[in-house]
Design a binder for this molecule. Structure first.
Ligand code: FEO
Ligand code: CA
Ligand code: CA
Ligand code: CA
Length: 546
């Protein structure tokens, strides 16, 4: 273990991860530009001496194998798969797992809770087809039950194999039926039809971690489930917060963070201590957002800090002017320019919270190419955004954009940006999606070529979806190295390292997605004995050496 890694780990080991590191500034690992120095992309790209030392693997080649393929020396355990019993009540692991977040128990890297998102259901594998053009009430119940999230307790046994502890006192499900509290400006407003409590969460894509150790889970493509279940659409499309350790913490939806097709929520601190949350809106021609709390984060306040998400300002990025535009009532109404229908639509801050995308485009937010995961570099506080693709712009393979905030301050309202890495045969990856950092400043990205496009036409060279490692410092900056390949028609989602980086959790989502006949599935992953169909499952990858 080199010195820098150890130093970094002493920070991530506190369970606060990027937050602490980001808020301490660059001084730890890299020469810091003087505060008065003008911000420039080159100072971030080339100004650091740090050597990339974390590439301790031989990259794999793209493959269409129905297996999780890893570099030599790496293995994986299946931790939990769809339908597995997770607790004594007999609750079961949901479908299409996505975001994962490991929460150590007593600081352990071998024993903890794992939060897992469940994003959507499947006619073939979960409910069976609609009856006479609509789901039955039984099917609707099932669709709501398999989405949301799972809290599972996991531990490595004496052989180092990760196993679920079904006798856990913590293990439980959060589903489309769990009661939630609405918080922030839209709670109780006419814009959400007066609701202060709402039913359930679903379409849970990616998420994030708060510095007070709770989970943020993001409602992405909520439209079909809310429509089919006859639920009020304005109650979905939010960032929700859950405390995996504490069932008495009522799950909540934070309306201050806006309502759109939320991919994830990356949390950091401004230089003055205010909380900052970066967010992507995963659709074509959509904005990149950040929220800045009104008050400052106080570590000693613990979970009381959750209220920082109730009061603050939501901004959308104007990439042409390099400015964050506040989505406040006066700014939005001014942009309405006297148009009666717009003035009628945006009468209160709650209206802006509920119709965020429309307000953001109105004020001059830049429409971008499916902004998915956003991560804050713990090394230099630059912001990485996966722009998956946008066939309407001829952006077939997507790219990773990097925002450089003025004065390296997440609280800044000005920024520069660059295209950090572009998808395509020249880089080896296409359709970047979730992102995470390791302590050697490598950015890990998984890919999300749609199941209908995989292994054909211009996507053929990439074979199955996979996982790539891209250094963000040093002479290999921006080069992608393939670390993993997923099973047939799957997507690897929600990468999360244990604090010591000896285990990497990944949720393998929708293996065999194009299956039309359950008796003849296109994938059988994870190939467990006795199984007759493929199952989305979370795996734990081991073999990291330092
Ligand atoms: Fe659910 Fe944007 O991926
Ligand atoms: Ca995603
Ligand atoms: Ca995606
Ligand atoms: Ca997907």
């Amino acid at each position: 273990m080199d010195k820098n890694r150890r130093k970094f780990l002493t920070y991530v080991g506190t369970g606060v991860t990027a937050m602490t590191v980001a808020s301490t500034g660059l001084g730890l690992l890299a020469p810091k530009a003087g505060a008065e120095e003008k911000i420039s992309a080159s100072s971030h790209l080339f100004g650091f001496d740090k050597k990339v030392s974390g590439l301790q693997f031989t990259p794999i080649k793209p493959t269409a194998k129905d297996e999780v393929v890893l570099p030599n020396g790496f293995t994986y355990d299946v931790v939990a798969a769809y339908g597995d019993v997770i607790n004594q009540k007999g609750e079961t692991f949901g479908f299409n797992n996505d975001f994962t977040m490991y929460l150590p128990i007593n600081g352990s890297n071998k024993h903890g809770l794992l939060w897992v998102n469940h994003e959507y259901s499947s006619d073939v594998f979960v409910t069976g087809p609609k009856q006479n053009g609509a789901y039955t009430s039984e099917q609707i119940k099932k669709i709501l039950e398999v989405q949301g999230g799972s809290i599972i307790e996991i531990q490595q046994d004496e052989e180092g194999v990760w196993k679920m502890k079904t006798d856990s006192k913590y293990a439980r499900r959060i589903t489309g039926l769990t009661p939630f509290e609405l918080r922030g400006p839209a709670a109780g407003s006419a814009a959400v039809n007066g609701a202060t409590t709402v039913q359930g969460t679903f379409a849970n894509c990616s998420g994030g971690m708060t510095p007070w150790n709770t989970v943020l889970s993001c409602e992405e493509n909520y439209e079909s489930t809310s429509r089919e279940a006859g639920l009020d659409e304005t109650h979905y499309g939010w960032v929700v917060e859950i405390d995996p350790f504490d069932e008495s913490f009522t799950p909540r939806k934070h309306t201050g963070l806006g309502r759109f097709n939320h991919e994830n929520a990356a949390v950091g601190l401004a230089n003055d201590g205010r909380l900052v949350v970066y967010m992507g809106d995963d659709k074509r021609n959509a904005g990149v957002y950040k929220y800045i709390s009104k008050d400052k984060y106080v570590a000693a306040n613990g979970k009381q800090n959750s209220r920082l998400l109730d009061e603050g300002t939501l901004y959308v990025a104007d990439m042409k002017k390099g400015r964050w535009i506040p989505l406040t009532l006066d700014v939005v109404r001014e942009a309405a320019n006297g148009e009666a229908d717009l003035l009628a639509k945006f009468q209160t801050q709650a209206d802006i919270c509920v119709h965020t995308h429309e307000a953001a485009m109105l004020v001059g937010g830049t429409p971008t190419d499916r902004p998915e995961d956003v991560e804050i570099s713990p090394f230099d506080k630059t912001i990485f955004i996966a722009h998956t693709n946008n066939d309407q712009h001829g952006n077939i393979h997507g790219h990773i954009t990097r925002f450089i905030e003025k004065n390296d301050d997440l609280g800044s309202t000005e920024f520069y940006f660059e295209i950090f890495a572009a998808g395509g045969p020249q880089s080896g990856f296409s359709a970047p999606d979730n992102l995470t950092f390791d302590s050697d400043a490598n950015l890990w990205t998984v890919t999300d070529i749609s199941s209908g496009s995989l292994n054909k036409d211009v996507f053929e060279p990439f074979a199955n979806n996979g996982m790539f490692v891209i250094p963000t410092l040093g002479d290999k900056t921006g080069e992608a190295y393939q670390f993993a390949s997923g099973p047939v028609e799957s997507e690897m989602t929600g990468p999360w390292f244990t604090p010591d980086e000896t285990t990497l959790f990944i949720a393998v989502q929708h293996p065999g997605e194009n299956t039309t006949d359950i008796n003849n599935p296109t994938s059988m992953w994870p190939h467990r004995q006795g199984d007759t169909m493929p199952r989305p499952a979370v795996i734990a990858i081991k073999g990291f050496r330092y």
